[in-house]
Design a protein. Sequence first.
Length: 275
Amino acid sequence: MNASAVLRNGWQKVFGAGARSARPIPGDASHGTILYLEDISVSFDGFKALNALTLYIDAGELRCIIGPNGAGKTTLMDVITGKTRPDAGSAWFGQTTDLLTLTEPQIAEAGIGRKFQKPTVFEQHSVLENLALAVAGNKTIWTTLVSPLSRVQHERIEAALETIHLQDRRDMRAGMLSHGQKQWLEIGMLLAQQPQLLLVDEPVAGMTPQEVERTAELLLSLAGKHSVMVVEHDMDFVRSIARKVTVLHEGHVLAEGTIDEVQSDPRVVEVYLGE
Ligand code: ADP
Ligand code: MG
């Protein structure tokens, strides 16, 4: 039995109900997987927001998650980041980290960063100071701004500035940035913390067409170095970045494949027409 068969069929189906989870068999080729979600269910007052959801993300992959309103996309991110505990299922980050045993801060510490829809930068502080606060981790604003940064921290800040293309705005107050630039700064702040997996919820909502294009370039430039999971409604945007798309519907994976494959899937068409 090879790893891809396990991934395809699910650990439980291949190894029986007693099998614990789809962590890779030691020594086999599935180390490329960074996130394993299996049979995850979340109920709110009896309503299943996630219903036996199974999803795998590869290291370095850029994955788009789409689906109609209420499909469970945000709940999925809440489960991965520890904000919501599932009623059933397993969630592993890499081969050794059981996400369901960790708190939200421990999950962030383990290398999962989350970008919420609304930018949450420190408006009174400069772009550079925002990035310094991010690399400093949980120090207070005051301690961070008066302490000299280490060389490594400087390098991380410069690398983030370059990735988000805000080098020439480094001394500008974050409050003066455009909406799109604030979103990039927040992505830069997450990158400065060097997450292995980055979750991004609707990054291009409210952006100008030029900003949308820059955001696509930015997310594409992260692929390979980080795994990125993007939830997005804008189909043109998804088309411009997507390698692999997962369609959620009623808390379950309805379809998975290239954007062309999922858009021509009759079940997907039906779900979107019914919206
Ligand atoms: P999406 O992000 O795909 O639009 P959500 O994950 O936000 O969907 O929500 C999935 C379903 O779960 C929706 O029907 C929503 O109303 C419900 N839901 C989400 N969070 C809660 C909550 N805290 N309490 C009750 N119902 C919730
Ligand atoms: Mg949502």
